[in-house]
Design a protein around this ligand. Structure first.
Ligand code: SAM
Length: 273
C-alpha cells in the first residue's frame, strides 16, 4: 500500500511538469531539421518513418482499429498505418495537444506543415510525392476520435471507447518513458497499454534511449526515465508481450540540438499472445 502511494505521488509529480507543455515549441524542437531532414537517411524522423513503413507494409500488419497512445501534437506516427486500418484513434493526456491535432484534422488551421512528412511517406510506399494530398485526405477520413488518455490507469482510455476485444494494433512513440518516474512505472504503464490491445494484436513502440530530460517549452524541462535496450526488452516481456524485433538508432552529434540529452531511439515490434 505504501509502495503504491509512493508510486502515485511520483507519477503525479511527473504529470505536474506537463502543465507547461507547449505544442508549438515541442514540434519546432523535434520535428524540423536537422531531426526531420528528409534529404538525409541518418536524420531521426526519416529513420522512424522507415521503421513504421516497413512494419505496416512488409509485415502486413493490418486490421480494423489502430490506436496511437500519447500522440502529443504529432501525426507522423500514423501516416503509414492509416492505409492499413479502417479506423485510427489518436489520444493524448493534454487538451492542448488534442486541440492541436484537431486543428490539422478538422479545421486545417494548424501552423505546423506536415506536407514534407506526407510526401516522404508516399515515396516510401512507392507512390509519387504528389500523392501527398490523397494521403492527407485518407488520414483525415480514418481518424475517428482523439481521446484523453492516462497510461498510468489500468484501462488508459475512457470507458466504452474501444470494442471489448481491444484494438488490432497499438502505436506509441516517446510517451511511456517521458511520463514515468522510473523503470517499474514504465513497465506498469506498458502492462496498462496491453489492456487496449486484442489478443494476437501488435504493439509498435518507439522511444528514447539514455534520455534523462527533454524541453517541452523554453523553460519547461521534463524528466525522462533513461532506458537501455535490455530494459526495454525486459519491460515488454514482464508486461506479457512477445518481442518480434528491436531496432536501434544512435544519434549523430549534429542531432543533439540542446533540447534533450537523448542518446538513441528504439523501435520495438511486439505481439500480445
Ligand atoms: N507521441 C509524440 C511524439 O512522438 O513526439 C509525443 C510524445 S511527448 C514526448 C509525450 C506525450 O505524452 C505528450 O504529448 C504528453 O501530453 C503525453 N502524456 C503526458 N502524461 C501522460 C499520461 N499520463 N498518459 C499518456 N500520455 C501522457
Amino acid at each position: 500500500m505504501e509502495k503504491e502511494n509512493r508510486r502515485e505521488k511520483a507519477v503525479a509529480a511527473v504529470a505536474a511538469f506537463y502543465r507547461g507543455f507547449d505544442p508549438e515549441a515541442y514540434l519546432k524542437y523535434n520535428y524540423t531539421p536537422p531531426r526531420a531532414d528528409f534529404s538525409r537517411s541518418d536524420s531521426i524522423v526519416p529513420w522512424k518513418l522507415n521503421c513504421l513503413h516497413k512494419a505496416f507494409s512488409e509485415d502486413a500488419i493490418k486490421g480494423d482499429i489502430l490506436v496511437d497512445v500519447g500522440s502529443g501534437p504529432t501525426l507522423y506516427q500514423v501516416m503509414s498505418g492509416c492505409e492499413h486500418f479502417n479506423r485510427v484513434i489518436l489520444s493524448d493526456f493534454l487538451e492542448v495537444n488534442r486541440n492541436e491535432l484537431n486543428k490539422w484534422l478538422k479545421d486545417g488551421r494548424s501552423n505546423f506543415d506536415w506536407t514534407p512528412y506526407l510526401k516522404h511517406v508516399c515515396e516510401l510506399e512507392g507512390r509519387s510525392s504528389s500523392a501527398w494530398q490523397e494521403k492527407a485526405e485518407r488520414l483525415r477520413s480514418v481518424v475517428t476520435d482523439i481521446f484523453p488518455v492516462n497510461v498510468h490507469h489500468p484501462f488508459p482510455f475512457p470507458p466504452g471507447s474501444l470494442p471489448a476485444s481491444g484494438a488490432d494494433c497499438l502505436v506509441s512513440s516517446f510517451c511511456l518513458e517521458s511520463v514515468s518516474p522510473d523503470v517499474s512505472s514504465f513497465t506498469h504503464a506498458l502492462r496498462n497499454l496491453s489492456s487496449l490491445l486484442r489478443n494476437g494484436g501488435h504493439l509498435l513502440l518507439i522511444g528514447a534511449l539514455g534520455e534523462s530530460f527533454y524541453m517541452a517549452a523554453p523553460d519547461v524541462r521534463i524528466p525522462v526515465v533513461p532506458l537501455d535496450e535490455a530494459q526495454v526488452c525486459a519491460s515488454l516481456s514482464a508486461s506479457g508481450f512477445d518481442l518480434l524485433q528491436l531496432s536501434v538508432y544512435r544519434l549523430t552529434p549534429d542531432m543533439l540540438v540542446g533540447v534533450d540529452d537523448v542518446k538513441g531511439v528504439f523501435f520495438a515490434k511486439a505481439r500480445k499472445p
